[in-house]
Design a protein around this ligand. Sequence first.
Ligand code: PLP
Length: 387
Amino acid sequence: MHSIERLQQAINTQLQQHTARQQLRTLAANHFAQAGWLDLNHNDYLGLRYQRDWQTRVWQRCQELPIGAGGSRLLGGEFAIFQQLEQQFASFKNAPRALFFPSGYAANSACVPALAKALPHAQFFSDQLNHASLIDGFRLAKIPAAQKHIYPHLNYTALEQALSQSRAEVNIIITESLFSMDGDTCDLTRLDALAQRYRGLLLIDEAHAVGVCGNDGSGLIAAHHLDHEQLISVNTCGKALGSSGAFVCGATWFIDYLINTARHFIYTTAPSPWLAIALQEAMAHIQDQPQPRQHLVILAQTLREKLRAAGFDIGTSDSHIIVLLATDAEQALRWAEQLAAEKISVGAIRPPTVAVPRLRLSLHAALDDVQIERLLAALHKTRVAAR
Ligand SMILES: Cc1ncc(COP(=O)(O)O)c(C=O)c1O
């Protein structure tokens, strides 16, 4: 047997196991922007992607710059617009400085090793449900098991107990501010107090909060009045900012350190300068228009109340991400299929991404009350069909 055939055989066996566990992943082109579909499967929380105004403003400015950066930021791919954008984003977050990464995955995976490299004896504390990119950061940093503590999701009593036992000079606490697969939010005020009490330093992933949460739309750090001089945040642009990329915000010297040591920043082509234009316009939109995010808060609250009242198990969701917990992967898939038959697109999230299979309803600001009623009616029908 040729080596390539041996490889194919090994891979087929593994993919068959994925299929048997109802976990086979396949790609399907998104057709949900078409008329009639209710798309609750994307993270474009402000509905910016398809907004004509935004597209036009970006398009008009694109002629100023090339599409491709032509190199890494440190080798041939640096443009003034990146530094302008970083300054604008830092001031939006009320942070000393920001650094633009090609993706949130890269930014998270870079920050954990940077912290571990700077402080090899630090103790790390990570929420059990933190995103894969943070977990991969741990893997890359090769942090010894004794220096890593995974605390139960949002359980700050358990976290405090673990912190109180730490002898490390610095305790690094890592969390998402709004959890992507549960839609619940962390108590940043309490985490900040714990950090102050136990020599802590917070690394906060604002992926699902930036652009939507807080009065100014900058996220939950500002909403909780935390001092951005004392922490590090990661802010992805592929969700409410409607495009892609991510900003790490933190002290000037931390950003300098990333520029000098973060392999995800150094050894990769800089993001497209067109993306930088898109993000400048996205930020202007967020700063000028509070109404869409205010509408989203009310819409999500109303839907959560109605779902709870109707007896759906929405877990601990308290945001624009609302989950419906299922008994098993098969049920989650069946629900998603039944909703698709009603032209409603939702994600069926299954292990290994989450422990308990679920539907993930990702609400966005373009939704109205009529669409929410349509969703509720379809969910009732799905439940009746399951009986
Ligand atoms: C909480 C969280 N952090 C980071 C990321 C990675 O961001 P990006 O899609 O920009 O790589 C995601 C994306 O799924 C996420 O949900």
